[in-house]
Design a protein around this ligand. Structure first.
Ligand code: NZQ
Ligand code: ZN
Length: 389
């Protein structure tokens, strides 16, 4: 295992009814002005908005609304939110939504108090955060990204055509409320894409060194199996409370830093998907579904032992009669079959990316992750994009 330091400052409340039970008390630790941040309005249709506002008003909060946070949130939206937070002297940001709302709020929490340009100083390159961002609490309404329990924010700078994620410990939400019942109204397509994002996070961590026996890889295998099993159940019955609870907690577990401990991690597939998203605004989980099998066909020979473990321990593929290479490859194909089974797009065309985009320009803009079994080049990323058609 590699050396590590562990910190996760988010106090997390999980389970049916947790917002009603805890939000009023949690928010009373902060000043009067709360900025309620949300997306395109799903929370007004499913009753979450009313429940949240009632809890805040009950403890005398002055609620300022900031809405319209779009999927794949933009830097412009972050700056708009930061202006609103300053003008209204906000004491607490409350993000109610999925990864897009939570990430935008993290950006707002930084930009609202920082004098410089947070894109230049914290997103274009990693920075050292020597200030306290505005306090943030989150209520998750769609699971998948795990943003609720980390300091990660993925922001799209439209002018630069860059979608960049950074994880700053100081941006961890002060509290996170995860009620799986809040997620029943999520459209099936988004539920599946979110669950695949979770599976992707786990794989991006698992498929990296070290390969020696380590607890993080063992937990990762348990989580992958749990996502696969419960997603199958949730597709049949989206209101299955056990399946939705498992998927919601899998998402948080994948990205609350626990399974990263002692691991190098990869995230090259995320780098590729983020740039694909920056150019096409595609759905994050769906973009990952297209790229993952193609990417793994490129790298599995360089991480044979882990890919063999994946085939056997996650997909139950028998070892007998197969060479190591055949076994490892069978695991990658099992993943590709699963993507088809759950109805996610398997090609760029199915994702809605047509020939009008310049794949070379996108490939050249991708960051190269240091942690993978095989270090990518921009030429190989272009090959992966082309093979994804
Ligand atoms: O905007 P509204 O109207 O609320 O609709 C949303 C949105 O259209 C809808 N939705 C959310 N909760 C709902 C609901 N619809 C009905 N009922 C509910 N209860 O779902 C749609 C998608 O929401 P979004 O937040 O965009 O999805 P997701 O959670 O997948 O977040 C995606 C963003 O997170 C980033 C992605 O790149 C992308 O920008 N990521 C963030 C990470 C992090 N911070 O750690 C890690 C990830 O790898 C990822 O990159
Ligand atoms: Zn992701």
């Amino acid at each position: 295992m590699n050396n590590f330091i562990f910190e996760n400052a988010t106090k997390t409340f999980f389970g049916k009814g947790c917002v009603k039970e805890y939000l009023a008390c949690l928010s009373s630790h902060y000043g009067k002005n709360v900025m309620l941040c949300y997306g395109g309005g799903s929370i007004k249709k499913n009753g979450i908005y009313d429940e949240v506002v009632e809890s805040l008003v009950k403890v005398g909060k002055n609620v300022v609304e900031f809405s319209g946070i779009m999927p794949n949130p933009t830097y412009a939206k972050v700056l708009e939110g930061a202006r609103a937070a300053r003008e209204n002297e906000i004491d607490l940001l409350l993000g109610v939504g999925g990864g897009s709302v939570m990430d935008c709020c993290k950006g707002i929490s930084m930009a609202a108090v920082y004098d410089g340009d947070i894109w230049d100083d914290f997103f274009a390159r990693p920075g050292v955060m020597e200030f306290e961002p505005l306090p943030l609490g989150v209520i998750v309404t769609v699971s998948g990204t795990g943003s609720e329990m980390n300091g990660g924010a993925v922001i799209t700078n439209e002018a630069l055509k860059m979608k960049t994620g950074r994880d700053y410990a100081k941006c961890n939400p002060k509290f996170a409320l995860i009620d799986p019942a809040y997620m029943y109204s999520v459209p099936k397509r988004q539920m599946v894409s979110g669950a695949f994002d979770t599976l992707s996070h786990i794989m991006e961590i698992y498929f990296s060194k070290p390969d020696e026996n380590n607890v993080s890889d063992d937990i990762a295998e348990a989580l992958m199996k749990n996502v696969i099993q419960n997603l199958r159940v949730a597709i049949e019955n989206p209101q299955d409370p056990v399946a939705r609870s498992n998927l919601a907690w899998d998402a948080a577990m994948a990205e609350n830093r626990i399974i990263k401990l002692g691991k190098q991690t990869d995230f090259e597939c995320h780098q590729m998907e983020h740039q694909l998203g920056a150019y096409t605004d595609c759905n994050h989980g769906e973009g990952l579904a297209v790229l993952h099998p193609v990417y793994y066909r490129h790298i599995y020979k360089d991480g044979l032992s882990k890919f063999c473990r994946f085939a056997v321990n996650v997909w139950g593929i028998p070892e007998r009669g197969k060479t190591e290479e055949e076994l490892a490859y069978a695991g990658v194909e099992a993943l590709a079959d699963f993507i088809r089974e759950i109805g996610l797009p398997a090609t760029l065309l199915e994702l809605g990316v047509d020939g009008s985009v310049d794949l070379k320009e996108i490939a050249d803009s991708c960051a190269i992750a240091p942690g993978s079994y095989k270090k990518m080049t921009h030429e190989e990323i272009l090959e992966i994009f082309k093979e994804s058609y």
